[in-house]
Design a protein around this ligand. Sequence first.
Ligand code: CP
Length: 305
Amino acid sequence: HRHLLGIEGLSPADIVGLLDRAEDAVEVSRQVEKKRATLRGRTQINLFFEPSTRTQSSFELAGKRLGADVMNMSVASSSVKKGETLIDTAATLNAMRPDIIVVRHHAAGAVHLLARKVDCSVVNAGDGIHEHPTQALLDALTIRRNKGRIEGLVVAICGDILHSRVARSNILLLQALGARVRCIGPSTLLPVGLDRFGVEIFTDMRKGLDGVDIVMMLRLQRERMNGSFVPSVKEYFHFYGLDREKLALAKPDALVMHPGPMNRGVEIDSEVADGAQSLIREQVEMGVAVRMAVLEALGSHLPNT
Ligand code: CP
C-alpha cells in the first residue's frame, strides 16, 4: 500500500504484518540507543488541523527513531488561518517534496481527498468521525500482547460511538481478526446503521459488560455535539461511566482501555483508569511502536528504496 487511510481496505494479513513489525519496534524503543536508519534522508510532515497529544507526538518520535527528518506544521499559525484551503495547503507542502504526510482533520474524508492531490504517502491520523487506523492498530497490539490473541475475544466498545473514529476503526480491525465486538451506549450516541457492522448492540451497560474480555471506553466528544448532548454528564456517569462496580460484571481478568484523552469522572472513574486492570499507559507506549511500523512499511514502498 502507498497510503494508510483506514483499516477499511487492509486484509487480515496486512494487519498482522503491521502488528508483527510493531513488536520489533517495541524492542527498539526499549533500548538505550533508539535510533534506526530505515528512513534516513526521508522527510515526514505532520499536518494536524485538530488538537492532539498522543498521536502527533508519537508520530514525531516514531519518524525520528527511524531517522527521518520530521517537520510539525503549525496549523494554528499557518496560512490556513488566512483562509488557505486544505487542497492549496496540500499542494504547497507537496511542492517541498516530502515522502510522507501524516494528517489529522476534522472532516471525514479529508485525508482521502488530500491523498489524491499529493505525490507522497499519506497516513490518516484521524479524519472527523470516520477512521483513526493507527489507534486501532495500537489497541490491537496492546490486546494481543496482554491476551496472547485477538481471535475469539469479546470486546465491549462503550460510550460515544456516534462521534468516534476510534470505534469505527476498532470495529473493522477487531472483527477482521476474529474478535466479537459489542457496542454499548445511550441510544442518542449510537449511529444509525450500526447494526450493519455486525456488532452486538446494548443500551444497558450492565448487560453489555457481562462476561467481556476487554472494556474499551470512549471519550464523550462534546466538541462534536453542538451543545445538544443528552443525557446530562451526571446521568451519563451514573449509567455509562466505568467504575469498579460495573467493571466487576466483566470477566475477572478483563482489561480496561481508553484511547485518551480521558474525561475522568465522565466516562471513566479514576480508580479504574489507574487500577491494576488498566492498559491505558501501555496503549501510549504501543502507539509509538505501531507508528514506527506504519512509517517503516510505507517507507519500504517509497521510490528508490
Ligand atoms: N487517542 C488519540 O488520538 O489521542 P490524541 O487526540 O491526544 O492524539
